[in-house]
Design a binder for this molecule. Structure first.
Ligand code: CAA
Length: 281
């Protein structure tokens, strides 16, 4: 594997592009247009500058990493890609449209992967040109810092595809875990009920926002309290994943907390809108 294409240059896609380029891959980065892709690359440049100023990276290494990332405005160059990772918005229709378009240009041996956090891999594989070369590769935010990748195999995913993705993940220096194609896979199956329960606790007046977070951060030794983490992930994403867990299992333990729904309806989506459980303005 030499050329990786990342579709979606937001927080996750840019992070995946950065760590792939840092591992020596040539990266093609795209988004809805070249301007968005360029913005993603500028974000990577900023991250690398921070590392240089902390003397954790030298300027030559940062230049080499940036030099390996090429922003593209259409999918034609993907005909050379060995692996295409979709990291677009977490909406199945958007992802399916991407797989459909990308499927028309990629080579017959290329692997198509999705960074979805909760949409079933087996179902999305139906929109891929070859379901045996389709797989879930779930990164965590912030990608350069978080040490894990969840690999999710769809019903038709071949052993060769799993091996190729495993080699890629190892080259990135990440720890890999293998999950079955079940709602929320491993991490979100455990994380989202915790965030949702923190929302119930807040709504029921158990404690205020700060004390819920402090209790979990210091009482459980987590790097962030659940409400801070929800703001970090995005409340819309948390709600969407919780709904998927609820609807696909029918289990009432996953029912979304009213306060989470209310915040999303208010457009208070967390850090990205500068307002969530906390005010970031
Ligand atoms: N990108 C790159 N690096 C970042 C970063 C970012 N967005 N944010 C922080 N960092 C780096 C900092 O530069 C710092 O690096 P150095 O140690 O080299 O100086 C390091 O991370 C620690 O940062 P800070 O000292 O500023 O703050 P912190 O100690 O609170 O760490 C954190 C920040 C790493 C984000 C930490 O709070 C953390 O691990 N939080 C939990 C994150 C988490 O759970 N992520 C998973 C979310 S779930 C998900 O992504 C998947 C899904 O499907 C929803």
């Amino acid at each position: 594997m030499k050329i990786i294409s990342v579709i979606g240059a937001g927080q996750m896609g840019a992070g995946i592009a950065q760590v792939s380029a840092a591992a020596g891959y040539d990266v093609l980065l795209s988004d809805i247009n070249i301007e968005q892709a360029n913005l993603g690359k500028q974000g990577i440049e900023k991250q690398l500058s921070r590392l240089i100023s902390k003397e954790k990276m030298d300027a030559k290494t940062a230049d080499d990493i940036l030099g390996r990332i090429q922003c593209i405005g259409d999918y034609a160059p993907l005909s050379n890609a060995d692996l295409v990772i979709e990291a677009a918005t977490e909406r199945e229709e958007i992802k399916r449209n991407i797989f459909d378009a990308v499927g028309k240009v990629i080579g017959k041996d290329a692997i198509l992967a999705s960074n979805t956090s909760s949409i079933p891999i087996t179902r999305m594989a139906q929109a891929a040109p070859d379901p045996s070369r389709f797989i879930g590769v779930h990164f965590f935010n912030p990608v350069p810092i978080m040490g894990l990748i969840e690999i999710i195999r769809g019903l038709a995913t071949s052993d060769e595809t799993v091996t190729a993705i495993t080699d890629y993940g190892k080259k990135l220096g990440k720890k890999l875990v293998f999950a079955n194609d079940a709602p929320g896979f491993i991490v979100n199956r455990v994380l989202m009920p915790m965030i949702n329960e923190a929302c119930f606790a807040l709504g029921e007046g158990v404690a205020n926002i700060q004390d819920i977070d402090t209790a979990c951060q210091l009482g459980l030794n987590h790097p962030m309290g659940p409400l801070t983490l929800a703001d970090f992930v995005g409340l819309d994403t948390c709600l969407e994943i919780t709904k998927i867990l609820f609807h696909s299992t029918g289990d009432s333990k996953f029912r979304p907390a009213p306060i989470l729904q209310k915040y999303v309806e208010a457009g208070w989506l967390g850090r990205k809108t500068k307002r969530g459980f906390y005010d970031y303005s």
